[in-house]
Design a protein around this ligand. Structure first.
Ligand code: DC
Length: 235
């Protein structure tokens, strides 16, 4: 088992950009678990299956071949060999991803794959339940949060990039709805792990967010060198 850095938090909290840069600086593998739930949701939409049909959705999740590939310094998501990086960021996927990811049997399938990813590499994994459920013994756990408007402002450019021009109030409504479902669902809801370091990114610059995480890790490694013991590594 490699070293695991878990970064959780709601939509737009800065998880993805931060996790990616932390992974780059440490030379770890970056894994965006939200992209996995989004890829399954895209497959569900394309198959014209209702999100209420849990059996059919679970079947789609089980069949989906989801992989990541770095192309031109960008992380691309591949679904059954097709590059779906842009399609999974659409508002249509955003509106259905929370009901899909609330289905316990879908989570079981994806969580198993996520755990396997740490078998052979040191990873920075970001999502909603990484520190609480996927890797409760992660070496480092961070929980990023920010106020709703800041989070919506961060998302507007993502939508523009794929040609969807949503307003700030529209994005605020979308992520607020998603937060509600993600944090109240029965199976591993979004919540802060008791031992996670909480970082409010509302007033932080990107570099500062990254720096806080890198510093925490470096300090822990320093004290580990001194004591000869490892931080929180029970897996
Ligand atoms: O990080 P994101 O916005 O791309 O995630 C999309 C959705 O996927 C999110 O609203 C809930 C779900 N998700 C989840 O349930 N568990 C995870 N570990 C990651 C994402």
């Amino acid at each position: 088992m490699g070293i695991v850095i878990a970064i959780d938090g709601p939509a737009g909290s800065g998880k993805s950009t931060t996790a990616r840069e932390v992974a780059r600086q440490l030379n770890y593998t970056y894994i965006d678990t939200g992209a996995m739930y989004r890829a399954v949701t895209l497959a569900v939409i394309r198959a014209n299956v209702s999100v209420e049909d849990h059996l059919a959705v679970t079947d789609i999740a089980a069949q989906a071949d989801i992989r990541f590939a770095w192309i031109d310094d960008n992380l691309h998501t591949l679904l059954d060999g097709e590059d779906v990086s842009s399609s999974i960021r659409s508002v249509e996927v955003a509106q259905l991803v929370s009901p899909v990811s609330a289905i316990g049997s879908v989570r079981d399938i994806l969580v198993k794959r996520q755990r396997e990813m740490a078998n052979t590499a040191n990873i920075v994994m970001e999502g909603r339940d990484i520190g609480t459920n996927v890797f409760p013994q992660a070496d480092f756990k961070f929980y990023l949060e920010a106020n709703l408007e800041t989070r919506a402002r961060r998302r507007i450019a993502d939508y523009q990039k794929i040609g969807q021009n949503l307003t700030i109030p529209e994005i605020m409504a979308e992520i607020e709805k998603r937060d509600k479902i993600d944090s109240s669902r029965q199976h591993s809801p979004l919540k802060k792990a008791a031992d996670a370091i909480i970082i409010d990114t509302s007033n932080l610059k990107f570099e500062e967010q990254v720096e806080r995480i890198i510093q925490t890790i470096s300090l822990a490694n320093l004290s580990q060198d001194k004591n000869g013991s490892e931080p929180n590594r029970n897996q």
